[in-house]
Write a protein that binds this ligand. Sequence first.
Ligand code: RIB
Length: 305
Amino acid sequence: MGRVFVAGSINMDVVATADRHPRVGETIAGKEVLYFPGGKGANQAVSAARLGATTTLIGRLGRDAFGAELKAFLADQGIDLGYVQETATAHSGTAIITVAEADNTIVVIPGTNALVSADDVTVVPLLKGDVAVSQFEIPLPTIAAFFRRARAAGATTLLNPAPAQKFSRELLALVDILVLNETELGLLSDTALNENTDHAGIIEAAQRLQANKSQIICVTLGKRGVLALAGNEELVVPGRIVKAVDTTGAGDCFVGALASQLADGVALREALRFANIAASICVQRMGAGPSMPTAQEVAAVIAAR
Ligand code: RIB
């Protein structure tokens, strides 16, 4: 059985809840301030670990109160933190999040996440069968170094290019599995996509982006489920109707769950179904890191179908 290695961000999410989002320049009264462990990298690692994968997180924390809290939470999840360094020269990553009407806005202040270096990620003991996961809250050259190391070891590389930004074809070519939502796909493929774009339109955009025929592109479509392009094959996983209270971290939950299943040798179609269920559980709870489901919770949904 392979393991999951996540090189990525660790943030404290400072969440304000309100009945609605303020307009630009407007002040409104909120309801609560909540503090949740978050950061796309940490969320993905929590997701994989809670679903049973042997998981290592590579990243950086500040020597501050948020850093200590985040470390304690991540250690409690059974994640190997041997490659998480403490850095005195910057504060721990922090995200300022507003949640209203089950939707969010997020401002991320990277802090120590911006200092995760190529040297940090190339020392990890990756092996054939492992899955190396990253996202765009650490420097892109670091991700490229991590994936080169993973490729040399025979591991599978999985990139979640979020928050979306344009990136080089060289980095894209190092990716075996790309997981992104339709907004990110639209930006990266220079295609106008929205929540009403049909499957054919999404697949066309994915084909435009695909670096080579063996690259797998998984597009998460929220309530509409998941669409994947694997070689020339198209895989469709329908969405689950649930009552969402907070979608923060749902994409990360999907990525971690997918990595956990692929590391376990599960076939892509089944792994996508599993990850879709995991994300549908995550959105029914407040917060990012603590909302990730366990393997038992996903199994209960599968058993009830
Ligand atoms: O994807 C959700 C995450 O994005 C939050 O936990 C926040 O920290 C930001 O990184």
